[in-house]
Design a protein around this ligand. Structure first.
Ligand code: ADE
Length: 276
C-alpha cells in the first residue's frame, strides 16, 4: 500500500538558534533523524553590516524596550526564500491568531514554513506589514521571545505528518483533534498503591471499552472545557450521556439549529450566530 511520505521544511529566523536543540529530543528529534522534518536555523546577526552585529534598536518616538530591526530580518528571510523557495512566513508574537489544533492542521498541510521569532519589545512593524503571511500566538501571555512558541508550533505539526507517530490512532484520538478532550489512559500495573484500573478496561469486551471511553471523553470535556461541546457534532446517545450528568438538552437543541457541518464531522457556529 502506498503511503504518503511528506517532508516539512522549517526555517527559523532567531537570534537564539541554540534554543532549538530541544527539538533534537523525542518525536521532533526522530522526525529530523528520519528526514521528515528539515530544520534550518538562521541568525539575523549574520545579515548585519556593523561591527557589533546589531539586530535591535531603540523605538522611534521613545518608550522602553528594544525593537528588532527590519533590515536583518528582511535579508534573512529573502535569502532563505531565494535558496529554499517561498515558504509561508509566520511571525510568532502575542498579537497573532491564538493557536488551535485546527490552525496546526492547516499549517501542517504546507511543505515549507519560515518562522520569524519576535524578541525584545517586538519587531519593526514593516516586517508585519510587508514580509509576514500570518501571525501566530500560543496564548494570551507574554514570553521573552518567539522561540518557545515556534517550538510548540513545530512539535504540534510534526506529529501530524503521516508516519511520524507510529500508530495513527494515537493522533486521531488526541485531545482537540476530535474537537473534545481525550479519555483517561492506564497501563500496568493493574493496581498501584491500592488504586485499581477501571474493570471495564480489563474485560476484553471491545464494545464496552469503546462505550466507556466515549463517556469519559464527554464527561471530561463537560467538566474541564464545556465550551468545546458547542462546536462539535453530538449524537443523540452523546446528548443522553451528557444530560445524565446535568448538561442541559435545551442548550443542545439551540446549538443544533446553529451548527453547520465542516469536514470530518466537526461543526462550527456561523459567525452571525455568535450570541454566547
Ligand atoms: N512571543 C512572546 N509571547 C508570545 C506568545 N504568547 N505567542 C507567540 N509568540 C510570543
Amino acid at each position: 500500500m502506498a503511503s504518503s511520505i511528506r517532508v516539512l521544511r522549517v526555517d527559523v529566523v532567531t537570534p537564539f538558534p541554540g534554543m532549538f536543540r530541544a527539538l533534537e529530543e523525542s518525536i521532533p528529534g526522530r522526525a529530523q533523524a528520519a528526514g521528515r522534518l528539515i530544520l534550518g536555523l538562521h541568525n539575523p546577526r549574520d545579515e548585519t553590516d556593523d561591527p557589533h552585529r546589531t539586530v535591535d534598536d531603540a523605538p522611534f518616538g521613545g518608550g522602553g524596550g528594544m525593537v528588532l530591526k527590519v533590515d536583518p530580518i528582511f535579508r534573512t528571510v529573502e535569502r532563505i526564500c531565494a535558496t529554499a523557495g517561498k515558504g509561508e512566513v509566520i511571525l510568532l508574537s502575542p498579537q497573532g491568531d491564538v493557536l488551535t489544533q485546527r490552525i496546526v492542521e492547516q499549517l501542517a498541510a504546507l511543505d515549507h514554513w519560515v518562522l520569524v521569532c519576535g524578541h525584545y519589545k517586538g519587531v519593526d512593524e514593516r516586517v508585519r506589514e510587508h514580509l509576514v503571511d500570518r501571525e501566530v500566538s500560543i496564548g494570551d501571555y507574554v514570553l521573552s521571545g518567539g522561540e518557545l512558541a515556534a517550538m510548540v508550533l513545530i512539535d504540534a505539526a510534526v506529529r501530524l505528518l503521516p508516519g511520524v507517530v507510529g500508530n495513527p490512532a494515537t493522533v486521531s484520538s488526541d485531545s482537540h483533534t476530535t474537537g473534545l478532550l481525550d479519555h483517561p489512559h492506564y497501563t500496568r500495573p493493574e493496581v498501584f498503591r491500592g488504586w485499581s484500573v477501571p474493570g471495564v478496561l480489563l474485560s476484553g469486551d471491545h464494545g464496552a471499552v469503546a462505550q466507556w471511553r466515549r463517556e469519559q471523553v464527554l464527561l471530561r470535556t463537560l467538566r474541564n472545557r464545556p465550551d468545546l461541546l458547542d462546536s462539535v457534532f453530538l449524537s443523540e446517545e452523546d446528548q443522553r450521556i451528557l444530560a445524565r450528568h446535568g448538561w442541559s438538552l435545551s442548550n443542545g437543541s439551540r446549538r443544533d439549529a446553529r451548527q453547520m457541518e465542516v469536514g470530518n464531522g466537526h461543526t462550527r457556529h456561523r459567525e452571525s450566530d455568535a450570541d454566547a
